[in-house]
Design a protein around this ligand. Structure first.
Ligand code: CDV
Length: 307
């Protein structure tokens, strides 16, 4: 048995006016709960330190850059890393990254249990649009503010487990899980900010969106025999609702822990990484059963070409 007690640190709404320091205090309160429950790893959402700023249209790049982190840890985030080291709890969270070369990414990091960053992932599938869209009920400007990630989908061996990360919209793409699955991933960590309503189709409300979110994570887990921990930023940010629904999914695709509300909330499960072994050596033993001679179109072609 290779057990890791994992916490999903769902965050409630973060208003535009709220400081990073205040959010870090909320994250530390969740980490304290996680410590009390024996967690060895805690996963926080996408863009955990601020409001979901891509809903706001901005033209001034200096203003845009105020939402980005130039260093990690920084003075304001260091208490998270200190907590990790002092209590032996690895952490993963998302933030907007501005590199020294001037690149902008939607990023997540993973630490070891000594608070050292051992993994970085930059979001590959950026949803939304570049220009102000008058047809939408609200904006989703990730394509304006971020570049697609340049690191692929790496995995890391840590805590005797192969771990990988992805971010929000990535969870809807089977390629995300399979690329990590081919590296033997046993635990996928992901955070999200998903509006409760589709800005282009009001009839698509929260129940519908929660269903799709869970469907993707359960399928990704089962089809790759991996644990998936999906953690929301939820609640109403300056009038714009984000759904909750944080879950821990086991390698059979079953949900084993689920957030009840839309505020700061910790979900916890003792996850046995050896539960991945059965699927990986039987129905999803890739080496025996995949037929790559028929999959070439997946990397040759992006959009649909009808016969
Ligand atoms: N932050 C996201 O990537 N959100 C998308 C929304 C726009 C659909 C998501 O896939 O949840």
């Amino acid at each position: 048995m290779r057990e890791i007690i994992i916490g999903g640190g769902q965050l409630g709404a973060i208003q535009k006016s709220e400081s990073r320091a205040k959010v870090v205090q909320r994250m530390l309160a969740l980490l304290e709960q996680a410590r009390e429950q024996g967690c060895e790893l805690v996963v926080f959402p996408e863009l955990a330190l601020t409001t979901f700023f891509p809903r706001w249209y901005m033209e001034d790049q200096d203003e845009v850059d105020t939402w980005f982190e130039r260093e990690m840890p920084s003075d304001v985030t260091r208490p998270l890393f200190d907590f990790s080291r002092e209590h032996g709890i690895a952490i993963s969270f998302g933030y907007a990254e501005l590199t020294p070369e001037g690149h902008h990414y939607n990023t997540s990091i993973l630490t070891d249990r000594q608070g050292q960053i051992i993994g970085k992932y930059r979001k590959v599938h950026l949803p939304g649009h570049v220009e102000f869209d008058t047809e939408r009920d609200f904006q989703h400007l990730e394509k304006r503010y971020f570049e697609p990630g340049d690191l692929g989908f790496p995995t890391w061996e840590t805590q005797d487990t192969v771990m990988g990360m992805c971010i929000c919209n990535d969870r809807r793409w089977p390629e995300t899980y399979r690329v990590m699955g081919l590296q033997g991933v046993e635990l996928v960590l992901l955070g999200y900010n998903t509006p409760s309503i589709n800005s282009q189709r009001q009839s698509e409300g929260e129940e519908h969106r929660l269903f799709h979110s869970q469907l993707c994570m359960q399928a990704g887990a089962y089809q790759n025999a991996t644990w998936v921990v999906g953690v929301a930023k939820a609640g109403i940010e300056d009038g714009f609702p984000l759904m909750g629904g944080s879950v821990i999914v086991d390698p059979n695709g079953f949900v084993v822990a689920k957030a009840e509300g839309q505020g700061d909330e910790l979900i916890v499960h003792a996850c046995d990484m050896d539960l991945c072994n059965f699927g990986k050596t039987t129905i999803f033993d890739f080496a025996r059963h995949r037929r790559i001679e028929h999959y070439g179109i997946i990397t040759r072609q992006t959009g649909v070409q009808r016969p």
